[in-house]
Write a protein that binds this ligand. Structure first.
Ligand SMILES: *Cc1c(COP(=O)(O)O)cnc(C)c1O
Length: 399
């Protein structure tokens, strides 16, 4: 059996997939309304409604629908004033999209370590970096090693769990940095009672097929800043200044979401709370069933947060469990269970080898042990048992 499956690729019969969407609500009905009304493209009532509903849900004043989360990050960086050769600080333990978005804006990522408890960007190391590695020069913060201006911090709430935002926001204020939240994996999560996406200056969501709600592909920028929202809408619509005579003052992008996608999004949003409850039920079941299995630990939840537990991920300690995650992944695959390691940390990614990283230790250790387990909202209890039984059985084999 092959070791890897693309998300969305057809799995063999009987397989438990890592994470698949659930489209059993009003999706069909709303899409049909689009088709019947001939409103299928990049304007339409569903787009406006989807924007309004996401803004309300998060508590933000403005929301701009975008073709995907990566493009949302690109535009968010641009409208907040990140310029070519600026630097943006982000955690190394992430899917590659946010690091790529920084490069699309012509800026450079600086990769930061994560903390050991919840695997999010480490505020202590962030503080050290800003204090020890940067200097103020002509009103800007400059990275001494690169000589570049540090402009923004991009906390990424990975796996559904919020970053420790209080110290991050304090540092941002102290050093005059913009905070762009990558909330793509964490719609609905809360930090000290506030929804992620409404803590920093601007934030991005994704509605890709594997996210907690999906539009097939899609994204959203949310912010309280009217000018940034206006500028975002302008840039994603080809920077069109005169729609009749096609006058453009800037190079824009065709990054809009379509009405059909927004229709799906609205139907998905109707079930978001139910989906989050499912994600948490699954994570709780894994935690309960795997408690006490030597060498296996589950991801925790900080007392400050409400995590949506988007993708349940365990750490496999090879010494205590008797098997590396690579081997466990193969064993799970033989039992028709799809699992997956976390992303190669960005400081090790050949695609970003030209970027600086700062004192990375913890991210490497987590990456060396992490394995994500099936987490579809439709996952049944008997399937969860199949997953945990297989993990327990392999412990005995490993010994
Ligand atoms: C999914 C994801 C994105 C990008 O979203 P797309 O809609 O797939 O472009 C960005 N950042 C993180 C951390 C993600 O997981």
């Amino acid at each position: 059996m092959s070791m890897s499956f693309e998300p969305g690729a057809a799995l063999p019969e009987g397989f438990i997939p890592l994470s698949v969407p659930l489209l059993g609500g009003n999706e069909w009905k709303y899409v049909k309304q689009c088709l019947d009304a001939n409103w299928v493209s990049s304007s339409g009532l569903f787009i406006e409604q989807f924007e309004t509903q996401i803004a309300e849900y998060v508590g933000a004043k403005y929301a701009v629908a975008i073709v995907n989360g990566t493009s949302a990050l690109h535009i968010a960086l641009m409208v907040t004033g990140v310029k070519p050769d600026d630097e943006v600080i982000l955690p190394t333990l992430t899917f590659i999209a946010p690091a790529n978005a920084v490069r699309y804006a012509g800026a450079w990522p600086v990769f930061m370590d994560v903390e050991p408890d919840y695997w999010q960007i480490d505020p202590e190391k962030l503080k050290d970096f800003l204090e020890k590695e940067c200097v103020r020069r002509d009103g800007a913060l400059v990275n001494r090693q690169s000589g570049r201006r540090v402009k923004a911090i991009m906390p990424i709430h990975i796996l559904g769990h919020p970053c420790d935002m209080t110290p991050i926001m304090e540092l941002a204020h102290k050093y005059g940095l913009i905070v762009v939240e990558d909330a793509t994996e964490s719609l609905g999560a809360k930090y000290k009672g506030i929804k992620v996406g409404h803590i920093g200056d601007i934030a991005c969501f994704s509605f890709n097929g594997n996210k907690v709600i999906t539009t097939g592909g899609g994204g959203m920028i949310v912010t309280d800043n009217e000018e940034w929202a206006r500028k975002s809408r302008y840039l994603v619509t080809q920077a069109k200044d005169d729609p009749v005579e096609y006058v453009h003052h800037e190079i824009g992008y065709n990054y809009r979401l379509t009405n059909v996608q927004a229709a799906i999004g609205i139907a998905q949003l109707e079930r978001l709370e139910e989906f989050i409850a499912s994600k948490r039920r699954i994570a709780d079941a894994y935690q309960r069933e795997l408690a006490g299995v030597p060498g296996i630990s589950t991801m925790g939840e900080s007392p400050d947060v409400f995590s949506i537990k988007w993708l349940s991920t365990i750490l496999v300690d090879q010494k205590k469990y008797g098997m590396h995650w690579r081997e466990l992944l193969k064993k799970m695959s033989e039992e028709k269970i799809q699992t997956r390691p976390l992303w190669q940390p960005m400081h090790l990614s050949p695609a970003h080898s030209a970027s600086q990283s700062y004192r990375i230790e913890t991210a490497d250790r987590i990456h060396a042990q992490a394995l994500s387990l099936p987490s579809s909202v439709s996952l049944r209890d008997d399937e969860i048992s199949r997953v945990t039984d297989t993990i327990k059985r392999n412990l005995e084999h490993g010994r």
